[in-house]
Design a protein around this ligand. Structure first.
Ligand SMILES: [Zn+2]
Length: 467
């Protein structure tokens, strides 16, 4: 009797410890070896470059809701099939659209000259013949907010703030608020229009577009960005002390609702096919350039990484899902639709990462995983070390299209690219293929293939409801 109960309790112990070992997050040496081989293979492949070359050449600009958007969806589906993904499908995403139309500006007085501008996304148009008004300048959005009531009455507000260059892109946050809410704040002070210095870091004579928003019960005024040299020009004129009058003409307007698609390709797992690692980039772009850096590069890097894994003699344990996200630029629309559609099955999503910061080299990997899985995140980082990548911290953002999933507790990784030059081109006509260096793109693919493969193979998981 005693012997029997001992036997049972030791059985119980054995099964408990088996359960514990099975659930403790860890990597196996053989998988690390395969990840190293995939990494080295990626550095020689140049597959990513072929993908972004194809997207920018055969589709080009693909702003949400345009013919380019539809062409990009067809391209994405065909490309994933051509590359041999096990499953390819698309999920619908519906949103309002915006049309750009004509966009011109000129100084009327005291020194008549043309200005290079571009409308901000979702700006209303001006009256047909244009809008002429005196310029009222502010150093920052905050200065505009702090100004007295009616300070800009009947005027066109000009925000002078210059975005600062930084490897981690940290100059963008403080600058971009003027683009997002400048029109609302200017209208509150009685302005009839707003011009901002482009949210960018270069001196070419091109203006940067991007999203802006209106608020309920605040007058909707036209909003545009000036190229940096034209912002300088306006500043110089203002130092003469005479009123500067500008004529602004925007033909932009809201279009009808449109349905696009998140395009999804999967390498199906061999042991736990319902569980998956999510990587990807956004398929839409702004309309001015060909969207090579934003975000053709992200599409290329992650698709190439998954394709490399599909060439292994055996499928990974879990599935790898590449998502070409719909309409990121106008408010993470595809990402929100995906999170809503898949929110009941998030336990299957082991981790996610989006590549959406250009095509320069990755220098750091951040994680957002449960504490017990931190050692696995650091082991993954170790495999990336020969690529010049170091582990950073456990506060990863995961990329814009991962935000809705991260907010639901999904574990994410950030493979942080060098963004020093990114805002030289971002959202301008200059976002074109020639800005991409093949070797840098391969380095990115090498890092993503390591992350995707090891996350698909790991024992245990990165956690659910990760803070
Ligand atoms: Zn982007």
């Amino acid at each position: 009797m005693k012997f029997k109960s001992l036997f049972i309790s030791s059985l119980l112990l054995a099964s408990q410890s088996a359960l514990l070992t099975a659930e403790t997050p860890s990597l196996e040496a053989k998988d690390i070896k395969i990840a190293e081989q995939l990494r080295d293979e990626a550095l020689k492949s140049s597959k990513g470059y072929a993908i972004v070359e194809s997207l920018t050449t055969e589709v080009g600009p693909r702003m949400a809701g345009t013919a380019g958007d539809a062409a990009a969806v067809a391209w994405g589906e065909a490309k994933l099939k051509e590359l041999g993904f096990d499953k390819v499908w698309k999920e619908p995403v519906t949103f309002p659209t915006w049309k750009r139309g004509v966009e011109t500006a000129e100084v009327v007085s005291p020194f008549p000259q043309p200005l290079v501008i571009t409308a901000l996304g979702f700006s209303v148009g001006t009256p047909k013949g244009g809008l002429s008004a005196e310029i009222k300048a502010y150093e920052t959005l905050q200065d505009l907010k702090d100004a007295p009531e009616n300070d800009a009455k009947g005027k066109i507000v000009f925000i002078k703030y210059r975005m600062k260059k930084a490897r981690d892109g940290s100059g963008y946050g403080p600058a971009v608020s003027a683009r997002g809410s400048g029109a609302v704040e200017a209208a509150k002070k009685g302005a009839v229009g707003i011009l901002i210095r482009s949210i960018g870091t270069q001196s070419h004579r091109m203006a940067h577009t991007g999203m802006m928003r209106y608020a309920k019960d605040v007058n909707k005024i036209p909003a545009a960005a000036l190229s940096s040299p034209d912002a300088d020009l306006l500043e110089n004129m203002l130092t003469r002390g005479k009123p500067v009058t500008v004529k602004l003409t925007l033909g932009s307007y809201d279009g009808p609702e449109y349905t696009s698609y998140n395009v999804i390709g999967e390498i199906t797992g061999s042991e736990k096919p319902e569980e998956y690692v999510l990587i990807g980039g956004h398929l839409d772009s702004w309309d001015l350039g060909t969207g090579a850096l934003d975000d053709g590069a992200g599409i290329a890097i992650t698709t190439a990484a998954a394709e490399l894994i599909s060439r292994l003699p055996e499928r990974p344990k879990r599935s790898i899902r590449v998502i070409m996200w719909a309409n990121e630029e106008q408010g993470l629309v595809g990402a929100r639709a995906y999170a809503e559609m898949h929110k009941d099955k998030l336990a299957n999503l082991i981790t996610g990462a989006e590549s959406d910061f250009g095509a320069d080299r990755i220098w750091r990997i951040d994680s957002r995983v449960k504490p017990e899985a931190l050692s696995v995140a650091k082991d993954i980082a170790k495999v990336m070390e020969p690529l010049g990548i170091k582990y950073g911290n456990n506060r990863a953002g995961g990329g814009p299209d991962l935000i809705p999933l991260r907010q639901l507790g999904v574990s994410v990784f950030s493979l942080r690219q060098d963004g020093t030059d990114y805002f030289d081109y971002h959202h301008t006509p200059d976002d074109t293929l020639d800005k991409i260096e093949k070797e840098a793109l391969d380095q990115n693919t090498a890092a993503y293939v390591v992350l995707a493969y090891l996350a698909a193979q790991m024992n245990g998981d990165f956690g659910q409801k990760v803070e």
